[in-house]
Each structure stands twice: as C-alpha cells, then as structure tokens.
Design a protein around this ligand. Structure first.
Ligand code: MTE
Ligand code: MO
Length: 322
C-alpha cells in the first residue's frame, strides 16, 4: 500500500485501535497531505519523510531545506530585505510597517477552514499543515510596484490541500481570506482596503504545481510580516495575489472578488499575470528592480514560468483578462 511505503515502520496494529477518534482523523489528514507531498518530493529526488513524528520534531527547530522541483539557482535576496521590506496593509501601507508592527499578530492557535463546494469540508490546525512543509522552493516573487526578490520558501503545493477537500465538479474557483483581527492588526483602523483581505484563483491555476502554500522561509517559520503562519505564493502572478495569513479557503462556482479589484477594477484585474506587455494604467510593467540590485531588469512573461503556465491562458486575450 502506498501509505505504508512512504511510512516505513508502520506496524500492523491499526492506529484506530489505540488512538481516540479525533486524533486518528487528524493523523489520517496528515498522512493524506504527506502522501501527495511525498510524490512531489520524490520527483525532485529528495528522501521521503515519515508522515508525522520526524516532521513534528523538525518544525520545532528548523524546517527542512531541500530544493523543490521548480527551484531557481539565482542569487537569493538577503534575509533582512525579505523580512524588512514588505507589503501587508493590515499593518500599514509603508513597506517598513509590517516589520515594525506585525509582531502583534497572534498566530497560535490558528486554523485553516476548507469549505464551499466540496465533498469534505474541514478545518485543519496549523500544526497539521506545518508537519507537511518539508520542501524548499526558491521562487521569484514579483510585486506590482516593479520590485522582485528571490526567496527560499518552505511550503507545499496548494493542490495537496485542495485535493483533501475534494471539490465538486461545480467548483470553478478558489477563494482565499486573510484573518481579520482588529486588535492585533493596527492597519484595520484605516479603510484603504476592504477587510478582510481576499483573493482568488481559477481552479486550474490553483491546482498548478507551481502554486504553493508557504509556512516558512530561509529554513525557519514564516515571520509575521511575510504572512505567518501560512500564505499563498503564486510565482507567475504579481505579488498582491499572494495572500498572507490565510484562515479560509472556499470553493466557488463564480469568480470570487479580490481586494485589489475592489480597490480599483480598472487597475487591478482578477488574473494579474506578470506581463511586461500590459502596463498598469499608471506605470509601465516592462522592467523591475531586484531588491539589492541597482540596474533594472527586463520583466519576463509569466515571471519566467511560461513553460509551466502559458497553456492555461492559451485562448485568452491577456490585455482584456489582465
Ligand atoms: N493579507 C494580505 N496579503 C497580502 C498583502 C496585504 O496587504 N494583505 N499584500 C500583497 C502584496 S501587494 C504583495 S506585493 C505581497 C508581498 O509579500 P512579501 O511582503 O512577502 O514580499 O503580499 C501580498 N499579500
Ligand atoms: Mo504588491
């Protein structure tokens, strides 16, 4: 059986015999997530970890540091820049605000609720999700303001989580929501955006192996300013699609609203694919500044991930669906 193969040492006694039902169910969820995860890791030539205990031990200290299947060998952005220059409007609109103020967010306890059009709606504890984050993937994260970074994320494919919930055939989109905690998020006093922050992907985008949930960076847990305890990363889209501090993932039939579309639909579309040929109404998107570098670089179509993602947009006019 597959699960036994990736979990050597699993005895013949069913865990069901010795474990209370709720703990057993939670462990089964861990194993299911771990199974999908193990397959991805195996493709990358990594060893496959035990589904539970070894991972739990690792999460306490450093998260595993393994290159994932889509890692780049580009020079990484300095840790201090990755964690000191951020956008997270729940803590203010200045790029230095999140590092200053995000410590007030309490990320334990934390759950992520999977719901909407799916056969297995469920709420997962953050601990369950952390135990499955054994893969390092280094991606460029592009932001609409024309800056980019190379970040050694720790995370796992979003598809693994989606498959757990078994979305129905009616589910065409995935909606994401950030925590809304006014006492812990000083930025919520301002109405610069509608709260909570929301985002969305089409189902095929969400299932693309490049889309992932990050729980750490540089081998450690995510700092709050980078979206602790769990955030989305969509490497071929502008930075704002990568929603932080997620509490809800909901499967929908209709295209869900996004915070930046609500802010200005003529400026920010639903798709927001990195596209040097489609300018933002107020600025060119042809070049970007890699944080830590002086000279601007040409921005690459789909942030350089065209081989993985261009097929999803083959019949779409990307000037119209921007
Ligand atoms: N909840 C939430 N998620 C968010 C944002 C935000 O303000 N709130 N900002 C977005 C924008 S505009 C960018 S560019 C990226 C920045 O991610 P980083 O700070 O990890 O580089 O987060 C995105 N996710
Ligand atoms: Mo952004």
């Amino acid at each position: 059986m597959f699960i036994k193969r990736i979990r050597p040492g699993n005895g013949d006694i069913s865990e069901n015999d010795v474990t209370p039902k709720d703990v057993y169910d939670q462990r089964r969820q861990i194993m299911k997530l771990g199974l999908g995860f193990g397959i991805t890791a195996a493709v990358a030539g990594c060893d496959v970890m035990d589904g539970t205990d070894a991972e739990a031990a690792q999460v306490k200290g450093k998260l595993a540091f393994k290159p994932g299947p889509f890692s780049t060998s580009e020079k990484k952005t300095e840790y201090d820049a990755v964690t000191g220059y951020n956008n997270f409007y729940e803590f203010g609109t200045d790029k230095l605000d999140p590092a200053k103020y995000a410590a007030s967010l309490n990320t334990r306890p934390w759950t992520v609720k999977l719901g909407g059009l799916c056969g297995k709606p469920q709420t997962l504890a953050i601990e369950t999700l952390l135990k499955n984050a054994l893969e390092e993937r280094i991606y460029r994260l592009r932001c609409v303001e024309g800056w980019s970074m190379v970040i050694p994320w720790v995370g796992f494919p979003l598809a693994n989580l989606i498959k757990l919930a078994e979305p129905t055939s009616k589910a065409k989109y995935v909606a994401f929501q950030t925590a809304e905690k006014p006492k812990e998020m000083r930025g919520l006093r301002s109405n610069v955006l509608d709260w909570p922050y929301v985002e969305g992907l089409r189902m095929d985008e969400a299932l693309n192996p490049l889309a992932f949930l990050a729980v750490g960076l540089y081998g450690d847990l995510l700092p709050n300013q980078n979206g602790a305890p769990i955030r989305l990363v969509v490497p071929w889209k502008y930075g704002f699609k990568s929603i932080k501090s997620i509490t809800d993932i909901t499967f929908t039939e209709r295209q869900p609203p996004t915070s930046w579309q609500r802010y200005g639909a003529n400026e920010y579309g639903f798709y927001s694919n990195v596209n040097p040929n489609v300018d933002h109404p107020r600025w060119s998107q042809a070049t970007e500044r890699r944080i830590g570098e002086f000279r601007r670089r040409d921005t690459l179509m789909f942030n350089g991930y065209g081989d993985q993602v261009a097929g999803m947009y083959r019949n779409m006019d990307l000037k119209k669906f921007f």
